[in-house]
Design a protein around this ligand. Sequence first.
Ligand code: ADP
Ligand code: MG
Length: 261
Amino acid sequence: MSQVHVLRIENLRANVGQKEILRGIDLELKSGEVHAIMGPNGSGKSTLSHVLMGKPGYEVTGGSIHLDGTDLLSLSAWERAQAGLFLVSQYPVEVPGVSLEEALDAAFETQSRDSSNLHQDVLAEANRLGFPLELLGRSLNVDFSGGEKKRNEMVQLAVLRPRFAVLDEIDSGLDIDALRDVSKRVEEATNDDQLGVLAITHYSRLLKELRPDRVHVLVRGEIVTSGGPELASQLEKTGYAEFGVEEPVAMDGTGIFRTSQ
Ligand code: ADP
Ligand code: MG
């Protein structure tokens, strides 16, 4: 039986500038599990993903993040990747002059991994995920559409096979077919590779495809409630109004806004 890994976040607090954005986050994610983080815009979802990955510009003021026994906060971003963490960013970065395969090759090299099957693996995953093969020779994410960027990030994830993946609004910019392809591939990775997933989303539609084991609601930097998949369905009906969020919300991803009372 494969080993179970644990990503443990305890009382995590973080500032951007002088402003406290994360105000004590507790979360434990195990291999093979899918946890969803839902919340209104500006609640700190992307901040959490960046703090997990060690992106510069965020000041951690308290708490801890451990992957198995390893203290991730003491590691740089690339060391965290080496430890098995992968982020599909809400806004994937463009990397002029570097192709997808070159980027993966560099990642394999820093991890001292054998890259002899890399080319075949990239082709296989691109086919599986519907990523246009003609884009493989181009600069990473440069002039890619929103959907192409997300599929391209998914090819990287599938080839790198991290222990844990943070998917920040992977549903934004994806049409229904693309969302199904990407969600299916993530589900397969949770089953085949025991990938643990933290799926961040504003909307519940992603969670119809990617069935979460747990759903956490993040409001103003705090997890205000947690539950099973039924919590996502409930939020689809009620929005975030019961948590005192007054901004307009569109829970169904249709672009039709409902105003919360
Ligand atoms: P979400 O992803 O849930 O929409 P974010 O984590 O992006 O929320 O943002 C949370 C809050 O932190 C917002 O009020 C946002 O304006 C603020 N924030 C995030 N990043 C920065 C930054 N680099 N500089 C200043 N404020 C920021
Ligand atoms: Mg965000």
